[in-house]
Ligand binder design. Structure first.
Ligand SMILES: [Zn+2]
Length: 200
């Protein structure tokens, strides 16, 4: 493959053409709007999992944390009584324990995309984020996101966190995105040069 060909990316999934995952996409519809508030470094990450999630789940809104206008729009669209922020604070309720009709009353799920220290910083920088009801996982599934090496294997990718959270809220179809994710990862692995495959 020439250098020029290597740089061509799919206009839809943004992966290099040889690694396009579009044929694997599983479209899932849902009522809950998933807001991903993204740190500017995370947004630049080529393998950002929020973007993969958005390919499958149309009701995804990615917001750039550094963009005041996008943040104002986000706050204008959500209400304190129908929004849940995913963040593992002490006051957070376990999503697995939410009962109906409480679970179905949640119409907006907010995820802070980036490492936990960055998410914590977002909460300190923009206090409006601290007004929301907070939810966390009591039994988070183990992460399958192996392309992007994380120092903490307990860390869930944004995609996995969004899928699991929607499952806790009662979305029965959302598991399809997990299939997409597994096949997209398998495809990425098969296209990776050997020297990038070292793993512990
Ligand atoms: Zn593609």
């Amino acid at each position: 493959m020439s250098q020029a060909t290597k740089r061509l990316h799919c206009a839809h999934c943004h992966y290099p053409l040889g690694q396009c995952v579009c044929h694997l996409i599983q479209k899932v519809t849902g009522d809950v709007v998933v807001w991903v508030i993204q740190d500017k470094h995370e947004a630049k990450h080529a393998k950002n999992s929020a973007r993969l999630f958005a390919l499958c789940y149309a009701n995804t809104r990615i917001v750039n944390f550094s963009d005041a206008e996008q943040m104002s729009f986000f706050f204008s669209m959500v209400n304190l009584d129908n929004t849940l922020l995913l963040y593992p604070s002490e006051q957070a309720v376990a999503l697995e324990a939410l009962q109906q009709p409480e679970a179905s009353a949640i119409k907006h799920l907010v995820l802070l995309d980036g490492t936990w220290p960055k998410a914590k910083k977002m909460l300190l920088v923009d206090e409006r984020l601290t007004q929301f009801r907070v939810g966390k996982f009591a039994h988070a599934p183990s992460s399958h996101y192996e392309i992007r090496k994380s120092p903490n294997s307990e860390a869930l990718s944004t995609l996995e966190a969004a899928v699991y959270a929607l499952e806790c809220l009662g979305d029965l179809q959302i598991f399809k995105i997990r299939h997409f994710f597994s096949s997209a990862i398998a495809l990425q692995w098969s296209k990776q040069p050997e020297e990038h495959k070292h793993r512990s």
